[in-house]
Design a protein around this ligand. Structure first.
Ligand code: GDG
Length: 480
């Protein structure tokens, strides 16, 4: 079994940054997954000989040895199919995901899901304890692994531990529904630094720790009974802005943009939505708003089309299946009512595409529509802005996406207000070049200055510069 030297930087995430590809001849290889997290962390991983711990994505595989792929040290953690069902689809995506997104869907609470969550978190923590060098930095990612920081600290008080939550952290009134609320808070408090997308989320957390666990807090810092400080603060995530712009400017993408226009019969305007097919993303409401604009005669299918890419997601979870059916019924109805031959009102794809195709779609779209009911950040909105290097194109953005705090010049909408969304869509549709240019220039400045490399550097720098706590060997006890 391959053993790595222990690493000075360890990333712990639910998924490894690679997907397994099985070729027709049965040979197995790995393809880097396209996510922004991977490109953000890759340079720091390389500079620090880092290691990445995660699940390779297939259930019931025998635990296989750590391996090196494209210079990155990867350490697999395996999950049984029961664990995928209870830890991943269950507690992570059936309990925490809806609870943390304003209970847009009803969270389910099952004790056996929680037991699996504890068990799998412990497995990740054990692996990290084994892999981290003395005084190493360990950075744990996201809601699937909130117990890992304390489980890791119990074994390795010498480590610097960071945690980043990619999704919103709910207000106390909602979080308090969780039967295991205290365990989650205490799990997170094992970290030295806890990063959130927005200051409001960090404030929710600090307030909850004060009221539910009883620790002293001052602004963004929590003081544990042994004196160890934990900092909870916002680090809004971003994208590889330069990388997206470069792709958008490439010849291949330019060519593809023309092909897309031609294939659609060269409509005057293209609306675009790109989302994982998830009930938090507001896909149904936005398509309904667009359908009504056609029905009411404000938009003609000869003039405009709506492209909706809905990337398959969590397809074994019942709520996701229901949502897919609802959306597809709606698309069918709108196209049936208003489409003409060669002129559908909505061009709908339930599929995922290479990054180049995404860039071409962003380039082709005159109006980008991002209308989640709640979203930690929303990278799609930022990617659209990064690709609009000619300072054109309109962004319609939900005020409930974290991105709305930075992209203030978008047409901001309340996705629960269909009439408000219709008005904003029409305004964005009709806006002149001067107006869209003014807004896009300002948004581009933000996305260029705050890219994902800066996000990662800011977090890690903050983690490195936190004062070392002198008494790390004592496990904090609770005061209530
Ligand atoms: C979570 C939080 C937070 C989508 N379809 C395809 C594809 N994508 C890419 C997009 C974008 C990413 O997936 C989706 O990121 P979002 O931020 O929009 O949403 P979540 O997946 O819900 O992400 C969110 C994020 O974590 C980061 O912290 O912003 O709030 O919910 O990059 O481009 N990429 C490719 N083909 C597709 O078909 N290549």
């Amino acid at each position: 079994m391959t053993r790595f030297p222990q690493a000075d930087l360890v990333i712990v995430a639910n998924r490894l940054p690679v997907d397994r590809v099985t070729h027709p001849d049965g040979e197995v290889s790995w393809r880097r997954s396209p996510g922004g997290l991977v490109s953000a962390l890759e340079p720091v991983m390389r500079a620090n000989d880092g290691a990445w711990i995660g699940w390779p994505g297939a259930a019931d595989e025998e635990e296989f040895a750590p391996f090196v792929e494209d210079g990155l040290s990867l350490i697999p953690v395996s999950l049984s199919s029961d664990e995928v069902e209870e830890f991943y689809e269950g507690f992570s995506n059936g309990t925490l995901w809806p609870l943390y997104h304003d209970v847009v869907a009803k969270p389910e609470f099952h004790r056996e899901w929680w037991d699996a969550y504890v068990r799998v978190n412990q497995r990740f923590a054990d692996k990290a304890a084994e892999v981290a060098a003395k005084s190493a930095t360990v950075w744990v990612q996201d809601y699937q692994l909130q117990l890992v920081p304390q489980m890791l600290r119990d074994q390795r008080p010498d480590l610097r531990i960071g945690f980043y939550l990619h999704i919103p952290f709910p207000p106390a009134e909602l979080f308090s529904q969780l039967p295991w609320r205290r365990q989650i808070l205490e799990g997170l408090l094992g970290a030295d630094l806890i990063g959130f997308q927005l200051p409001g989320a960090a404030a929710n957390f600090v307030r909850l720790v004060r009221s539910r666990v009883g620790h002293k807090t001052h602004r963004d810092t929590i003081y544990l009974p042994d004196g160890r400080p934990v900092k909870a603060t916002a680090f809004p995530i971003s994208i590889d802005t330069a990388g997206f712009e470069e792709l958008a400017r490439s010849e291949g993408v330019e060519k593809r943009v023309q092909e897309i226009h031609d294939a659609l019969g060269n409509p005057r305007k293209i609306f675009l939505g790109v989302d994982r097919l998830d009930y938090t993303k507001g896909i149904y409401s936005r398509l309904r708003a667009f359908g009504e604009l056609i029905r009411d005669g404000h938009i003609d299918v000869e003039d405009a089309v709506f492209i909706q890419v809905a990337t398959p997601s969590r397809e074994r979870v019942e709520q996701y299946r229901i949502l897919r059916d609802e959306i597809e019924r709606l698309v069918g109805r709108i196209n049936g009512d208003h489409g003409r031959i060669g002129r559908p009102a909505i061009s709908y794809m339930h599929s995922s595409y290479p990054r180049e195709e995404m860039a071409a779609l962003y380039r082709a779209a005159d109006v980008m529509v991002v209308t989640p009911f709640r979203d930690g950040m929303n990278l799609v909105a930022k990617e659209y802005v990064a690709c609009r290097y000619e300072d054109d194109g309109a962004l319609v953005l939900s005020e409930f996406a974290g991105a709305a705090k930075e992209l203030r010049q978008a047409w901001l909408v309340n996705p629960y207000d269909i009439d408000g969304m219709k008005a904003a869509l029409l305004e964005a549709y009709a806006a002149d070049d001067k107006e869209t240019g003014r807004r896009m220039r300002a948004m581009r400045k933000t996305v260029v200055q705050h890219d994902v490399a800066r996000w990662a550097a800011d977090f890690l720098q903050e983690l490195e510069t936190l004062p070392e706590h002198h008494d790390k060997s004592v496990r904090p006890s609770s005061t209530s």
